[in-house]
Design a protein around this ligand. Structure first.
Ligand SMILES: C[S@@+](CC[C@H](N)C(=O)[O-])C[C@H]1O[C@@H](n2cnc3c(N)ncnc32)[C@H](O)[C@@H]1O
Length: 296
């Protein structure tokens, strides 16, 4: 049997080290790393007094802490993260799904409340598949297509869909926005495109600037390049009265809403995230008057 040591002093020392290096929320990150290394749930690790851990697992824990000290995000170290209550695996070319993006999912659910309609959903720039899979988990008979420029991301999303039991209702393609799609007819079109102005990326947190894929962040000189490319394609992709919802940066609300209007969308609105910042543009593709009453 392996020797054991007390966990509390180890956590305290690692926390002091990470905090001194500028890691925010070092304690919380360490709970996740300790859970991965020792197999003890974070709920128990929150009060570690009296907990003892086997010495033969210490090297693993130290290795994880070392990676965090080099500012690798805890989500990448673990290789998975939760979004909308779904566990998603990450790949080297997928963005870590963010809580802010749940605002986009909530916006869609609020505007299209019927859970049993067989919505056809398109997610452009799908990454891990986070948004599409969250929506498919809510709409039990919907079908969705997720597209990403990165074949690696599309493969990760496909794997996530299968693991979550949603693979039958999801298709993932590698492609440049919607150019790979032959047809349209989508009732719900969502995207969280890259929207950081290229020149701002180097100044972001190390965890983002160094460890997130450039193509998941970089939105061109003003961060709005992807919206200008995506929105003109709606006429080809959208079903009558399709809902269109896209995430954007906190400073980009008026600009993205203006691009939505210029693209011909009706009922354009800006939705705030939980922090009260502009986060999602939403609008509706025009429908012939005869189809409007079918939507709710
Ligand atoms: C901000 S990330 C969003 C990922 C995921 N939807 C999420 O919300 O977590 C943007 C995604 O767009 C993809 N992307 C960038 N340029 C693209 C393009 N031209 N065509 C398709 N996808 C693209 C990136 O690879 C990345 O996965």
């Amino acid at each position: 049997m392996s020797d054991e040591v007390e966990l509390s002093p180890l956590l305290a020392a690692a926390e002091a080290r990470l905090a001194a290096l500028g890691v925010e929320e070092a304690r919380l990150d360490l709970l996740y790393l300790a859970e991965a290394a020792f197999g003890i749930p974070t709920s128990r690790l929150r009060r570690p007094q009296g907990l003892r851990v086997p010495t033969d697992k210490l090297a693993h824990f130290d290795g994880l802490v070392e990676r965090r000290a080099a500012r690798e995000p805890v989500q990448r170290i673990l290789g998975n993260w939760e979004f909308w209550g779904l566990e998603l695996l990450l790949g080297p070319e997928t963005l870590i799904p963010r809580p802010d993006t749940e605002t986009l999912v909530e916006t869609v659910l609020k505007h299209r409340p019927s859970r049993d309609r067989s919505w056809r959903i398109l997610d452009l720039g799908t990454g891990t598949g986070a948004i599409l899979l969250a929506l498919l988990s809510e709409y039990g008979t919907a079908f969705g297509v997720g597209v990403d420029l990165s074949p690696d991301a599309a493969a990760v999303a496909r794997g996530n869909a299968h693991r979550l039991g949603l693979g039958e209702r999801a298709q993932f393609l590698a492609g440049d926005w919607a150019t790979a799609l032959g047809g349209g007819g989508f009732d719900i079109i969502v995207s969280n495109p890259p929207y950081i102005p290229d020149a701002d990326i180097a100044g972001l947190q190390v965890e983002v600037a160094r460890f997130e894929p450039w193509r998941a962040l970089a939105g061109g000189p003003d961060g709005l390049g992807p919206y200008r490319l995506l929105l003109p394609d709606l006429a080809r992709l959208a079903a009558p009265a399709a809902l269109v919802a896209m995430e954007h940066g906190a400073e980009q609300g008026p600009a993205v809403a203006a691009l939505f209007q210029a693209a011909g969308l009706d009922k354009v609105a800006t939705i705030c995230d939980l922090g009260g910042r502009d986060r999602v543009a939403v609008g509706e593709w025009p429908a012939p008057a005869s189809e409007k009453n079918l939507l709710e």
